[in-house]
Design a protein around this ligand. Sequence first.
Ligand code: ADP
Ligand code: MG
Length: 237
Amino acid sequence: SRLQTDSEILELKKKYDTLPSENQIKRFTDMPLSEKTLKGLIDSKYTEPTDIQRQSILVALIGKDVMATAITGSGKTLAFLIPVIEHLYMNKWSRTDGVCAVVISPTRELAYQIFETLKRIGRYHDFSAGLIIGGKNLKFERRRMDQCNILICTPGRLLQHMDENPLFNASTIEMLVLDEADRCLDMGFEETLNAIVENFPTDRQTLLFSATQTNSVKDIARLNLRDPVFIGVKSKS
Ligand code: ADP
Ligand code: MG
């Protein structure tokens, strides 16, 4: 019920003020996450967070920008999807509130996998999510897009919608996730990303994930990271 939701949100907010330290977190239930998210995780047999999840989820929950590096297979998808889902829940985002979070991934296949994971772990929540990767009917994507709270996109297709779709409203966006940021740059998407982010509100939260160490990522001109927390990036002198 609505009252239960309100009191759960209040309880969780209180916990945000006194977060456990990384080594106190053995299981996802040790993190201040909503019951709906925990249920979705358990359904998928996710019980213990991986290192990158342990390191990124709490800082992302409290709204900080994150720049994280961790090898392929380390569990980066949940490291950003859990904070995205919790952000919508904690802010009582409803279906009619527009796009709250945009996840950008370099390839259709990766975007599709993220979308599938989101649907699985987010199944008890009420948000709507859309996959914007091209290869499908542009008109269909266009009509659906403004009704989505979370968009999982490839860079080119997202920019195409932003340029051509009068219904797309970027002003409601509160979170940007760039997955495989290193690969996005390798694939030549820098200009596209700059053009996309130009349309986003500057006071959003930004989460950047890469598989390899790279400094060029934070130079993507428009990303405007706000005092990011660096995770898994060894400083090089
Ligand atoms: P990355 O994006 O870092 O390459 P993924 O997010 O694709 O990694 O996760 C790699 C694999 O690990 C996937 O099969 C995923 O289901 C699994 N996985 C992720 N997090 C956990 C977890 N906490 N417990 C068990 N398996 C996990
Ligand atoms: Mg990945």
